[in-house]
Ligand binder design. Sequence first.
Ligand code: GLP
Length: 259
Amino acid sequence: MAEVVVVDAKEDAGALVADEIVRLIARRPDAVLGLATGSTPTPVYEALRPRLAGVDVSRVRGFALDEYVGLDPAHPESYRSVIAREVIVPLGLDPDRVRVPDGSLAGIADAGEQYERDIDAAGGIDLQILGIGTDGHIGFNEPGSSFASRTRVKTLTAQTRRDNARFFASIDDVPRHCITQGLGTIARARHLVLLAFGAQKADAVAAALEGPVTAMLPASAVQLHPHVTVVVDEAAASRLRLLDYYRDTWADKPDWQGL
Ligand code: GLP
């Protein structure tokens, strides 16, 4: 089962996950990171910045989870822009070694399979950072997504477009389509780290970890993965039935085990 860690604050989650990424890069200087966007992973990227100062990250590779289709890549809310602004530049990564799915209309027919080939060529993703949508999506795999799905175009749900309207001038500006790593793609990453903060995520977190494994709740796919770490604040953890057990397990965990 997933290891669930309940933290007091987002900053604690950021520090915990950043420490794990630093250990990974020390072990594997050409580590392959799976990068999420949205508000949730920000504390991880912020915590990584001081930790990676002085570390050689020139061989680190990165693959973003998803991208909007048809949005100008130069738009500040394209995930290409977000990854450049929040990850590549502050962490000093090599821009040529960090990929974002190509959401341009010109290449969209082949973009998914090309992305899969790129991930395979890099040797697969070592650590995949994940947020979770209020409808239980991971990446942009909306309810109904196949557990075997590969990187492909999806249509965003009305709920996701409403959730993401805060990044745009109005909801009409939120794209309707996206290209996202599939649930099958995410399942091949060697370590999944799912983060969630706030009461608005509590139902999705509980359903993902303790509900039935179902395509209707795409994040429930993490129950089928052998190495999952879930880092949540008290509010996001509040609907978990095994909460006391998760706390005991974490409190009693030997230091040498890592995440
Ligand atoms: C976004 C992204 C996901 C993200 C999720 C939650 O739209 N495509 O990768 O995990 O929805 O977003 P947030 O972290 O902003 O709550």
